[in-house]
Design a protein around this ligand. Structure first.
Ligand code: DGI
Ligand code: FE
Ligand code: FE
Length: 193
């Protein structure tokens, strides 16, 4: 067993306020997606409760954890250190909770995605976007697509996220672009042609 009830309680006790509700929502959505698309529900669940375990930390605390765990921030992460919370959460998942590498990788890339995303990576990324407490524009469409095609749903999330980042004049992480390009090259489209 990856995570017994005591360990789950311990993890959840580190999450406060909205982040607690959100993480339970991601856990539930990830288990649902795993059931639907043939993923591992146990890995999906534990990735869900651990994915934002360091999100509350300040930019300086993110950088301190990077130093501690040998994570080297890229130029975009240096100017947006909060983006490092996936990588620092993955380090905690590995070092403090002994999680297997595929779970840690899914946690590490949950904010940007990456080239060659595994089913578990996709499940966590999408669950983070569509879980029940989310109510931003477009979430309903993402939920509808998630019921029929995980890749189309994922690409829709990227479409929304990239549009939003560009509108706000934000830097785009190279892994965000790599994930998007990978899907486009595979012929994924979310619109009905
Ligand atoms: O931690 P959560 O809020 O649950 O969700 P998340 O880990 O997906 O983080 C979402 C934030 O990450 C959101 O504010 C957009 C930002 N983000 C995602 N990809 C990129 C990005 N920000 C920049 N600057 N560049 C990216 O490529
Ligand atoms: Fe996150
Ligand atoms: Fe999250």
């Amino acid at each position: 067993m990856l995570c017994n009830e005591e360990m789950r309680k311990g993890i959840l006790s580190r999450l406060k306020g909205y982040r607690y509700q959100h993480s339970l929502g991601v856990e539930r959505a990830a288990v649902w997606l795993a059931g639907k698309y043939g993923g591992d529900p146990e890995k999906a669940a534990v990735a869900g409760i651990l994915h934002d375990i360091t999100k509350h930390l300040s930019p300086q605390e993110q950088l301190n954890l990077c130093e501690k765990y040998g994570i080297i921030p890229c130029t975009v992460e240096k100017s947006e250190p909060k983006m490092l919370h996936g990588k620092t959460a993955a380090a905690i998942a590995r070092e403090e909770y002994g999680m297997p590498e595929d779970v840690c990788t899914a946690i590490a890339c949950h904010t940007t995605g990456r080239h060659g995303m595994t089913l578990l990576d996709k499940i966590l990324y999408l669950a983070d976007y569509i879980e029940e407490t989310r109510d931003f524009p477009g979430v309903e469409k993402a939920r509808e697509l998630a019921k029929v095609d995980i890749d189309r749903a994922l690409l829709y999330c990227y479409d929304q996220t990239l549009t939003e980042l560009v509108a706000r004049g934000k830097l785009i992480h190279s892994d965000t672009i790599a994930a998007y390009n990978d899907m486009i090259r595979q012929g994924v489209r979310w619109r009905d042609e």
